[in-house]
Design a protein around this ligand. Structure first.
Ligand code: GDP
Ligand code: MN
Length: 394
């Protein structure tokens, strides 16, 4: 689950990390009110940032500064409703604009190969880290947190020096440790600060000082660990979730979108992987898979519409291994799902295991194309997909 910048920042603040203040505005008038407040508190300008679950908002025109309430209202008006890489902006973050001296990159990620938390830092902040990794991999400093002791000060200090943050050592160490704490506290798989920035601030008495702050925040939570954090469920942004994903999640199904043309309905994660592999081996590309799980009842099969919602799907492969799941129940579900189907897409069905014998006559009567083995089913589905593609072109 990806969090909006404002929500990610709340979690950072809760872990004691330095984040400039902000407000979230849903309308230009709200943005104006927030800007008025920050400007009256002494900010020279405010920053207005699109809240969408995608990076590169700055480049896309979704991050702008404003020097007056009027200008803030105009800027917010322009950003709200903007389309950024296919996402509509429905809210903006408003905060005092930072006077940036230098931008850095710092992130904690889950390193699955090392089974630990990896910190990655770079003095090349503000730009996308993938670009830095490709162009100048040596510009990225890496450090693993100790599995039991966490991030240790000496390591964090060494990293801060290597990143060119020697002048802000204490703050840099605290932030690096804070990212690891945040990651663990919420079972996140990514906590990314880009930019982590040295900003110039003028105190009330006129003295100027430099401070290290988290100017942007991106956090993704491990979906499989969300059950451990029921309090975080409210951070799910309903505006940003695709309708199919929402329906699947609410029905307790796993629905994964891929890039190909063959929709796959399976029961069980292992069977899903095997089905993907065999579709690919037969020369096809899966468009998605819907895992209806064990003990799949007819109404779960009706979630077939999730598969069909993708216009790229031009053939469907149903691969069910009946254990607890009863084949005849799945067959009935398929018949019902097809009756409700708004789009006619060829379907190849393979059902083995419990009550497969009872399923066979139902499928035959309903004139489903069936297959005895998975190899055969995959070959048939790939063939159907190719014919559909050729038919569409002709
Ligand atoms: P992203 O493009 O989606 O990653 O959004 P960011 O929050 O990282 O903003 C993009 C860029 O806008 C940053 O790298 C900064 O250069 C700039 N920026 C963001 N906030 C401020 C701010 O408060 N003041 C100034 N001057 N620039 C900012
Ligand atoms: Mn950023």
């Amino acid at each position: 689950m990806k969090l909006q910048e404002a929500d990610a920042k709340s979690l950072l603040v809760a872990q004691g990390l330095p984040v400039p203040p902000w407000e979230v505005a849903h309308t230009a008038a709200e943005a104006r009110a927030a800007a008025e407040r920050f400007l009256s508190e002494g900010a020279e300008k405010v920053v207005i940032k699109a809240q969408v679950l995608i990076g590169g908002r700055g480049k896309a025109g979704g991050v702008k500064l404003a020097g007056s309430p009027d200008e803030a209202e105009q800027v917010a008006e322009a950003i709200l409703g903007m389309d950024i890489k296919g996402m509509t902006v429905r809210k903006v973050l408003v905060g005092p604009a930072a006077d940036i001296v230098k931008e850095f990159y710092l992130a904690a990620v889950l390193d699955r190969a090392e089974r630990g938390i990896l910190l990655m830092g770079s003095a090349e902040g503000g730009v996308e880290i993938e670009q830095v990794a490709a162009a100048t991999p040596e510009a990225i400093v890496r450090l693993h947190a100790h599995p039991l002791l966490g991030l240790q000060d000496f390591g964090a200090r060494e990293m801060a020096f290597a990143m060119g943050l020697g002048a802000h050592l204490k703050a840099a160490v605290a932030i690096a440790k804070g990212l690891v704490t945040t990651m663990k506290a919420y079972d996140a798989d990514l906590v990314e600060i880009n930019p982590l920035a040295i900003v110039r601030e003028t105190a009330a008495d006129g003295t100027i000082e430099e401070r290290l702050v988290c100017l942007d925040a991106k956090i993704t939570l491990d979906d499989s660990a969300l059950a451990r954090h029921p309090g975080l469920e409210y951070l799910r942004d309903p505006d940003e979730e695709a309708p199919e994903d929402k329906e699947a999640r609410e029905a307790g199904l796993t629905f994964i979108k891929l890039d190909g043309t063959i929709g796959c309905m399976v029961n069980g994660a292992g069977l899903a992987m095997t089905t993907m592999d065999l579709v690919k081996r037969a020369g096809g590309e899966p468009a998605n898979f819907l895992d209806i799980g064990g003990g799949a009842r007819a109404e779960k099969v009706a979630a077939m519409r999730l598969i069909l919602a993708d216009p790229k799907v031009n053939a469907i492969l149903v691969n069910i291994f009946g254990g607890i799941t009863r084949g005849d129940e799945v067959a009935r579900g398929l018949i019902e799902a097809r009756a409700q189907q708004t789009r006619d897409v060829p379907m190849v069905v393979r059902i083995v295991g419990t009550n497969a014998a009872e399923a066979a006559p139902l499928l035959e009567e309903a004139r489903f194309e069936t297959a005895a083995s998975l190899d055969e089913a995959a070959a048939k589905a790939v063939g159907a997909s190719r014919r559909a593609a050729a038919g569409a072109v002709a």
